[in-house]
Write a protein that binds this ligand. Sequence first.
Ligand SMILES: CC(=O)N[C@@H](CC(=O)O)C(=O)NC[C@H](CC1(C(=O)N[C@@H](Cc2ccc(O)cc2)C(=O)O)CCCC1)C(=O)O
Ligand SMILES: [Zn+2]
Length: 616
Amino acid sequence: LMISETRGELINNVSAAEAFLATYNAEASQVSNRYAEASWTYNTNITEYNQEIMLKERLAADKFSQEAAWNASGYNLTVMDATMRRQFVKIMDIGTAAQTNETKLIHLGQIESEMETIYSTAKACLAPEKCLPLDPDLTRIFTTSRDYDQLIAAWKGWRDATGPKLKNLYTEFVTLSNEAVRNLGHADLGAYWRSRYDTPEFEADVQALFDQLRPLYEHLHAHARRRLKTIYGKDKFPSSGHIPAHLLGNMWAQQWSSLVDEFVPYKGKPSLDVTPEMVHQNYTAEKIFHTADNFFQSLGMIPMPEPFWNKSMLKKPTDGRDVVCHASAWDFSNGIDFRIKQCTDITQQHLETAHHEMGHIEYYLQYKDQPLVFQKGANPGFHEAVGDVIALSVQTPEHMKSIGLLHSVSNDTETDINFLMSMALQKIAFLPFGFLIDQWRWRVFSGDTKPEQYNEHWWNLRCRYQGVSAPVERSASDFDPGAKFHIPANTPYIRYFVSFVIQFQFHKALCDKSGYIGPLHRCDIYNSTEAGTALSEMLKLGSSKPWTDEMQNLTGQAKMDAQPLMDYFKPLLEYLRKENGNDYGWDPICPDLTPTSSGRNHGSKVSSPLTTLLIS
Ligand SMILES: CC(=O)N[C@@H](CC(=O)O)C(=O)NC[C@H](CC1(C(=O)N[C@@H](Cc2ccc(O)cc2)C(=O)O)CCCC1)C(=O)O
Ligand SMILES: [Zn+2]
């Protein structure tokens, strides 16, 4: 442990420990605020100067953490109550700030911000003079284009503009991060990240959840593949059963909502995509965020405070500044300043993202009076679930009609199945992607995956779990994980898989508390202060209690459970099982892309899921 044993008697005096915590909270809030401001300035105006200032503030914050951890280790934890002990333990768990060599500490910060800069300023050159950024240009190509070759150019162009520039930086980042957290006794950075879930069997739990949800995904995948073959022609699909990764309406094939009109089972029904109506009604970014704020207020929850509206960045700047467009929510640790940064487009997907980001802000507001170390989600998945739970109500046809974005809502079975399909393209499609990112990263951190295997292991997981394949040849000099924000930005990802499961548990609990009777997928808790009170009570706790206690209080059980998600989508799964029969699943091995192979891709017969499970 970094905290060496060479020190005198431990302090046994509880009031001295309380005084230490009071001082820590005041000072740590200041340090967090300074770092958040510098980080915000850099994220909303990427310049060398702003990067330098941010890195100076990061170093100061790391040094503050080191000193606070050292001082905290001088207190005898056995004489404290559970809450005080919990605070001391969290003050000492300082992550990569535990790097005692200052040169390496500075270097780690430089590498992390260099990777984020490369990603955020990257442009894909589809033609020599035509280089496009991800937001909004490449994203728009994936949501609107159905041109196979144009999609390949955007898909390959983005990966060429990011991966190769990041691969070596990432290798260095892994080495330095592992070295730092080992000072705290963690095996590697992955072990440190998993420790935030406080349950030793966390890895097994998420694997079990994924295995339970695979049939749902495999049936949706089969439906998508069948529909895509009618659009692009059967010959564009490998005989292994995979879907080429650039055809699913998203740069990473992680959510397929852009294809809702092509994928809905019953095409004659009114479209469920409210984007055209938002544009028709001249929606602005502000209106999108006021719509979200209104929902939280309808539940009796805390409205967005004045500084939110004055200091957020809700649109991509038009003055030529480089910004990190990837949406994010910010807590300035002073109880009054909370912001969102989003390059908002007027689309349904951005309406959902606005609710997601505002869910973070609501959590910040609810726990702002907790001791600083408790101003966190009960676990990272909780933080990701808040906004999505609200969005589950907002997206119902009833709610969309009530805010004037849908005109006709009929309750016939076809409309119901179409609606469930639109939700599945957002929630079920995501599951293997949400699962596999950190499966890949945990093995990289543990050393099981070597740098020369980065891309091969990435595609093994993409082919096996997501059933997508690379549309063009990949090599070890590519670094396709680097084409996804959270890898260069070093943001853990299993939190989203956890969130996509528990948000349905929370949704069910809140619907019950609101007195709603009926199918879970049509529940809208709008205006229910009973639901709002129950949710607020959980959010106020922050990370002051184990997440299992908080889950128990709200939902009546203390574990992650995929049953509410399965219940929500039950009618759709029945429809898909009937439609697919036995024609679903794919070969867990990636199709052979080498140009020498005959036109059609090899790969064994499309396996049944059983084979997949046996091979995995
Ligand atoms: C200062 C800071 O970093 N703050 C944290 C919040 C905190 O930790 O306090 C933060 O703002 N993180 C940014 C991140 C942004 C988004 C994201 O990255 N989403 C995932 C997966 C996904 C996709 C669809 C969906 O409905 C839900 C999740 C992706 O896009 O792949 C982009 C769109 C939505 C959320 C976020 O908000 O989680
Ligand atoms: Zn989030």
